[in-house]
Design a protein around this ligand. Structure first.
Ligand code: TGC
Ligand code: FAD
Length: 392
């Protein structure tokens, strides 16, 4: 069992920008992660399972719907607090952060933003506590980066909707109680529907054989003439813009989360470089290793500044999709590069599960692909600065 020796790094004194509440949220989340998750994460990663016993604890630290108002069971916190929690979770494992991101930004957010009052009251408090787990179905086998081309569809049958189609690569689908599913109506307009486990014709096969995000369960959603009650349609918004708004929120959380993974790799590499002796001195004394470490902390610090400002803009309702894309793309790429360098600093030990490096590195290969690939986010920036969309 690995002892979690993590100590955070704050080169530009970012702590001074945080409120007392932010610090409390961070310290609570960090202590919980160290106590409950770090001792078991390697084991669950090897088994390829999400540790479901952590779900109530995630609810207790406010990781499910941190910014959802308290009247619906959320924690009523601000966007910076949301980001801080995502950072603390992903500092331990991207799969842990994934579960909180999906529940908060891809399930609770659309129900809160586009749901009816009855839907909010029925689902949000249970999702906030973890009594109920949700998943988000946008991607399909043949429509990943291009979700607008989706084939999943529903027909109005008078007293219910009839849903057909399938979704692929869905985080938490194998055990989720509900799925927020995006499908087209007879006019080809995209709507969100809440599909509940147990509805006839609805299955959630697990995807096996992942080398990445192994401590997170991923699966499909299959709809074979599923009768969905009419009151399960999200009435507040239709069109591709609705799921893309949810992605803005989740991508923002990932931008923070990736800093957590990078900090963990840097922290481990710094400690190892001071302890490991070669040629009669610590490897930290060699210029080549110092270059790696100095560049790591520089990139982490730049990402911290970028992301904190993004959080302020988001809190003011001014962050654009393109700004969020820039942060998600930059930070995940930064984290993956740092994981690779940290792996080298650890030498042979870096490939073992005594250190978290390879696990972070493999996780980040999913994070750089989901919620919009590295290339798609570059194209979003390109579109924003030139006015020319190069997707099609
Ligand atoms: P495009 O023509 O640009 O837009 C379609 C309509 O949507 C509107 N819109 C937005 N509205 C609100 N908020 C936003 N952020 C919006 N972005 C766009 C837009 O104005 C338009 O409206 P209208 O009225 O004109 O129809 O759409 P496009 O088809 O060209 O696609 C653009 C593109 C490629 C950028 C987009 O589709 C995209 O982002 N693709 C990547 C797909 C993706 O990120 N999938 C993620 C799936 S979920 C996931 O990965 C969860 S992992 C979770 C985990 O475990 O953490
Ligand atoms: P593709 O879209 O087929 O892309 C393949 C390659 O082509 C990429 O490099 C891409 O950048 C490139 N490409 C595509 N289009 C263009 C273009 N126009 N110009 C240039 N290059 C292009 N989805 C959900 O809905 N819910 C979830 O909970 C969820 N969880 C996930 C969990 C995991 C572990 C993973 C791996 C994925 C998850 N996804 C989820 C799906 C994820 O969002 C998609 O994998 C992602 O959007 C990319 O789609 P794709 O895999 O089909 O790749």
């Amino acid at each position: 069992m690995r002892t979690d020796q993590f100590q955070s790094h704050d080169y530009y004194l970012m702590d001074e920008l945080l409120t007392e509440e932010h610090k409390l949220v961070r310290d609570t989340a960090r202590a919980w992660v160290k106590r409950e998750v770090s001792p078991i994460i390697e084991d669950y990663y090897e088994q390829g399972k999400f540790p479901k016993q952590l779900i109530p604890g995630l609810g207790e630290i406010g990781a499910f719907g941190p910014y959802i108002p308290e009247e619906y069971g959320g924690a009523g916190m601000d966007q910076i607090a949301y980001g801080i929690i995502m950072q603390e979770l992903e500092r331990c494992d991207s799969g842990l952060r994934s579960t909180a991101s999906v529940q908060s930004s891809l399930v609770m957010y659309p129900i809160y933003k586009f749901g009816s009052e009855e839907q909010r009251k029925k689902y949000l408090p249970k999702l906030a506590s973890g009594e109920m787990i949700g998943c988000f179905g946008l991607t399909e086998p043949d429509h990943g980066s291009n979700p607008g081309g989706m084939l999943s569809n529903f027909k109005d049958m008078g007293d219910h909707y009839l849903l057909n189609g399938s979704k692929m690569w869905i985080s938490n689908s194998p055990f989720a109680d509900i799925a927020v599913v995006w499908a087209k109506n007879e006019e080809g307009r995209i709507h969100g529907l809440i599909v509940e486990r147990g509805m006839e014709g609805f299955t959630t096969p697990e995807i096996k054989g992942k080398w990445s995000l192994r401590a997170s369960d991923t699966g499909e959603l299959v709809f074979d003439n599923v009768k969905v009650p009419k009151e399960n349609l999200l009435p507040g918004k239709s069109g591709l813009g609705a799921p893309l708004m949810c992605l803005d929120s989740a991508r923002y959380g990932i931008a923070w989360g990736a800093i957590g993974a990078a900090l963990d790799c840097y922290d481990s590499a710094l400690r190892y470089s001071k302890e490991r002796q070669q040629f009669g001195k610590p490897i930290a004394a060699f210029q080549l290793q110092q270059k790696k470490l100095a560049e790591m902390i520089t990139e982490i610090t730049k990402a911290q500044l970028l992301t904190f400002r993004l959080g302020q803009l988001r809190e003011e309702g001014r962050a654009t999709t393109a700004q969020i894309s820039m942060a998600k793309r930059n930070n995940v790429n930064m984290a993956i590069e740092i994981a690779r360098e940290a792996r080298q600093i650890h030498g042979g030990m870096g490939i073992t599960n005594e250190y978290p490096i390879m696990r972070h590195m493999m996780n980040l290969e999913s994070v750089i692909t989901y919620e919009g690939t590295h290339d798609i986010h570059l194209l979003i920036t390109g579109h924003d600065i030139t006015g020319e969309a190069a997707f099609k």
